[in-house]
Design a protein around this ligand. Structure first.
Ligand SMILES: C[S@@+](CC[C@H](N)C(=O)[O-])C[C@H]1O[C@@H](n2cnc3c(N)ncnc32)[C@H](O)[C@@H]1O
Length: 319
């Protein structure tokens, strides 16, 4: 127990400290405990005067017999342990009290909502920007569109909880399109999301030089998040894997591209299906970006975003 070294130090000054504690108004119970101890000494015929330096001659050599010294040491130990226990109990009571106070002062759901909204609105001014390109829904089945709507809900939920959120754009987002209907049907409060949603293309919104298209097929590993740039995610769920779709789109438009640095920080893990994939869902990519933006660590970011099912583990965890 941590308190022990201190207890050792207190051994020989116990009585003085107890007196001091009494003067400082230590509880009545503690005073009684103290009295009981001195009663025990009485029973053993060891008076408090025996607590003077045992090596000092008192003139009565019988008092200092080995037996008495042994008993002295024994009781000194008990007193010391008792003092430590009292101290520990005092600390525990204090911690409990602080805990209760914390619960009482806990913020209401309403307060938390207000705080989260404030952070999102700040992000609109100064935060990094992330855009989901929702113009490619013709490449998806109805089931895939529903899954994309769920992923958008998760992505928005993560961003709302983040201490350092991104500002989000939904582009190519047509009212009454299948993805619009799916979001409305499946995502509570969708119309109140704090995002910029537009039927326009991201190409019409942002200068070309600021755009970085995130695509798993890029040759460039993302190194940092630059608040001057806009990161584009392909609004795609491709269970039927349409390889290089977003990469081709970005190439055609001469856009800068980047991929998450999975290969740089992770290695393939042996698994029964021998399955390895660096293609993540949009909300998982977002979790990586958001965690990186908060921690500045790709290890943390990829740990948060790449599920074990993808067949990759962090290099260090494989050692
Ligand atoms: C399910 S993926 C779609 C993959 C699709 N084959 C494609 O061509 O983009 C959805 C989107 O998440 C982003 N994404 C997924 N994995 C990524 C990775 N490893 N690095 C960068 N972006 C990624 C891309 O923007 C991608 O379009």
């Amino acid at each position: 127990m941590m308190a022990y070294p201190e207890c050792e130090m207190e051994r020989y000054t116990c009585r003085g400290q107890c007196d001091q504690q009494k003067n400082n108004g230590v509880s009545r119970q503690e005073d009684e405990d103290e009295e009981n101890f001195w009663d025990y000494f009485g029973l053993l015929q060891i008076g408090p005067e025996s607590f003077h330096n045992p090596h000092q001659s008192t003139g009565n050599e019988n008092c200092c017999s080995r037996n008495v010294l042994r008993k002295q040491r024994h009781w000194q130990k008990i007193i010391s342990a008792k003092k430590c226990k009292r101290k520990y109990e005092r600390e525990r009571r204090k911690a409990k009290h602080a805990e209760k106070k914390d619960v009482i002062h806990q913020l209401s759901k309403r307060d938390l909502k207000v705080i989260a909204k404030g952070r999102l609105l700040d992000a609109k001014e100064t935060g990094p920007r992330l855009c989901i390109d929702l113009s490619m829904t013709s490449h998806m089945t109805r089931k895939e569109i529903n899954r994309l709507a769920s992923q958008i809900r998760r992505l928005y939920g993560s961003n709302k909880k983040a201490q350092k959120p991104f500002w989000l754009y939904f582009t190519g987002f047509l009212k009454n399109s299948p993805i619009y209907e799916a979001c409305l049907r499946m995502n509570d409060g969708f119309l109140n999301y704090h995002v910029d949603a537009t039927p326009d293309s991201y190409l019409d919104l942002f200068p070309l030089g600021t755009i970085v298209y995130l695509t798993p097929d890029s040759e460039n590993a993302l190194e940092e998040i630059d608040p001057q740039k806009v990161y584009i995610l392909g609004g795609l769920v491709d269970e039927s894997i349409q390889k290089r779709l977003t990469f081709q789109e970005a190439e055609d438009k001469h856009l800068q591209t980047a991929r998450l640095p999975i290969q740089e920080y992770m290695i393939k893990n042996v698994n029964a299906k021998n399955y390895h994939s660096t293609i993540l869902a949009v909300n998982q990519v977002f979790d990586a970006l958001s965690t990186f933006y908060e921690t500045n660590s790709w290890e943390e970011a990829l740990k948060a975003a790449v599920s074990p099912g993808k067949g990759y583990v962090l290099r260090d965890s494989a050692l």
